[in-house]
Design a protein around this ligand. Sequence first.
Ligand SMILES: Nc1ncnc2c1ncn2[C@@H]1O[C@H](COP(=O)(O)OP(=O)(O)OP(=O)(O)O)[C@@H](O)[C@H]1O
Ligand SMILES: Nc1ccn([C@@H]2O[C@H](COP(=O)(O)O)[C@@H](O)[C@H]2O)c(=O)n1
Length: 237
Amino acid sequence: MIVAIDGPSGTGKSSTSKAVAAQLGLSYLDTGAQYRAITWWMLSNGVDVSDQEAIAAAADKPSIVSGTDPRQPAISADGLDAAGPIRTQEVTAAVSAVSAVPEVRTRITELQRAIAAEAGGGIVVEGRDIGTTVLPGADLKVFLTASPEARAARRSGELKTTEGKPVTDLAATQQALTARDKADSSRKASPLKKAEDAVEVDTTELTLEQVIECVVTLVEKAAARKAEAEPVEEAAR
Ligand SMILES: Nc1ncnc2c1ncn2[C@@H]1O[C@H](COP(=O)(O)OP(=O)(O)OP(=O)(O)O)[C@@H](O)[C@H]1O
Ligand SMILES: Nc1ccn([C@@H]2O[C@H](COP(=O)(O)O)[C@@H](O)[C@H]2O)c(=O)n1
């Protein structure tokens, strides 16, 4: 069972995906964390993140390792725990420029497909291009949306400055979030986009619990469809 959950920033992809995976006993992959980890590695290793050629040349250098336990998602770059540093404002501000570089996307997409292929019991993969590019054959594709105001309110206070202080400016948070969505949607390589066959869920007026319940129901229905379809496919071979 492969579930792809995409959508803009702050729509609830990570919270929903982790909870759905934990509830249904599936693995979980946060692909944004992988792009953040490679960005953090570049910033930490003197790569000029305003220079596309420098980013491309460094794309295959770090080892990026993701854990797939939804209750304990882990991410490391060259063996260093990246879970904390990837959430800083510095990384958030640079990640769209790094993730737009085709060499970075090729590298990270290969990692994502390998992890999904190894997840025997099924996996929930969340990001921006999972349903369109990374796993176009997913059994279920969900595209989460929410108004920019709701997303900024959710995010504000959660982000940290490089000094570790919380970011509390709502207007600035909304502006940064909208700018990141624009960059992610307008890049040439695998932009943020709803797959044609994705189910869109507007979470603006929903609690997180309601979104989780909605997605669990969608996964259960997709699993039932898959179970019904498989014996037919088997007989046809
Ligand atoms: N439906 C909801 N109602 C209220 N708060 C929510 C809802 N969904 C998520 N949240 C909260 O919003 C914040 C952002 O959620 P989350 O990190 O899951 O979003 P995301 O889409 O993964 O964002 P990003 O792409 O930036 O990583 C979290 O603090 C989360 O608890
Ligand atoms: N499939 C994906 C996932 C993420 N990105 C890029 O990473 C950034 C951070 O993602 P978060 O979910 O952690 O906020 C995001 O802004 C994208 O630039 C991507 O390109 N493809």
